[in-house]
Design a protein around this ligand. Sequence first.
Ligand code: GAR
Length: 189
Amino acid sequence: MKNICILLSGSGTNLQNIFENIKDGKIQNAKINLVIADRECFALERAKNLGLKSILIKRGKSFTEELLNAIPENTDLIVLAGFLSILNKEIFNKIYVPIINIHPALLPKFGGKGMWGNNVHNAVLENNETESGATVHFVTQEVDEGEIILQKSFKLIEDETTETLAEKVHKIEYEIFPKAIQQILNSEK
Ligand code: GAR
């Protein structure tokens, strides 16, 4: 059984989707061993409702140290599912399991600091892009620059708004995130 530790900051729909994919056997032989939030957020409530162990580690001086102490030793994969803190380089020196992230755009476009949630969708619209999508990638010290694991795109329609984009991107995320997780767990055997 592989253990997945999920880090997040938001509403947690990706957490819920991963949970359901495990339950339905679409992600095999895995369980979520801990959910860690870096702020008060609805995802904490969601985790509780799903019966998952969760903790809140607020950002501050000892954030990295607390995070390192909290990640269970039996963790095989760390998944950032809408996690808005940037991981300190110390994390990468001390954690030897893969860390993956979902990003709401087609990296390498629209990545980096400040590029999260609706900021990304607004930038896509302002740039008159003809397509958008989602990307699952490995997390490295360079924000949003790690190797891409899976990516899927869609064509923008006329009258696309931040909200319609967010909805379409989320749909794609629910499709490619579980696939990428399974792929990584398989390759770790
Ligand atoms: C997702 O769209 C994810 O791609 C994005 O936050 C959302 C979380 O949604 N992550 C980033 O922007 C990270 N740069 P959720 O809380 O409903 O899963």
